[in-house]
Design a protein around this ligand. Sequence first.
Ligand code: MG
Length: 264
Amino acid sequence: MKLADLFDHFIIDLDGVVYIGDKPTEGAIETLETLRTLGKTIIYLTNDPRGSSRDYSDKLNRMSIPASPHDIITSGMAIAHYIKQHYQLNHKNAFVVGSRALKEEIEEIGLKLAQGEEAKRADFVIVGGHEGFNYEEMKIATLAVKNGAYLFATNRDPVFPTPEGLVPATGAILASIEYATGKRAIIAGKPEVIMFEVAKKFLSSHERVAIIGDRLDTDILGGKRAGITTIFALSGSTDRDVLSNSDITPDYVINDLRDLLKEK
Ligand SMILES: [Mg+2]
């Protein structure tokens, strides 16, 4: 009996499970190949709103992991799905604090991107971390929310890892806008359930589904909130000490993806 035998569908966090930076994790290429051969569905998740689904599928393909943009859910895509599902978007516009990829996701659901004076009265403000963030964006987003815009963000991660160390992520940028407006954003990314609900829409069944992630406070907590079996991978940013001291308990623990296929 292998752990993989218990599931037909895997929702897999990318960073720390499939790869770290630009390097696939130990055995990831072979394991993912075998899972596909066994007929398992694989959906990849990332909280990083800077790239498009195609950017991430291209990255996987460069590592010899076959994937198409349809196999990948970013937090930008998840918030766009959520807004489309819950709001009337006819003749509405949005001010987006974020990457080109996030702006495209928002345009694709039918919202017009507001600029200049118009942006200060936008109907929606959507925040995703990006390197070009500046005071002008913070100001316009604040004015729009004060004027009644709904506030959304892709995720609330405070930092993300880079070769220089941990640098500010979406959560840090969002905090400035929430502080200025006194409003709290609706978030799509893990551990919020929106991301998992969007992922479930990509699956043919909601039975025998597992989320595999390397963070307890996002992947595992989010999976539990969404009612999905959780598999915690030690290949990323969390070690066994953190695991034993946490009150978030995953259903299964693996060292890396290879453990899915080991006989138990
Ligand atoms: Mg991760």
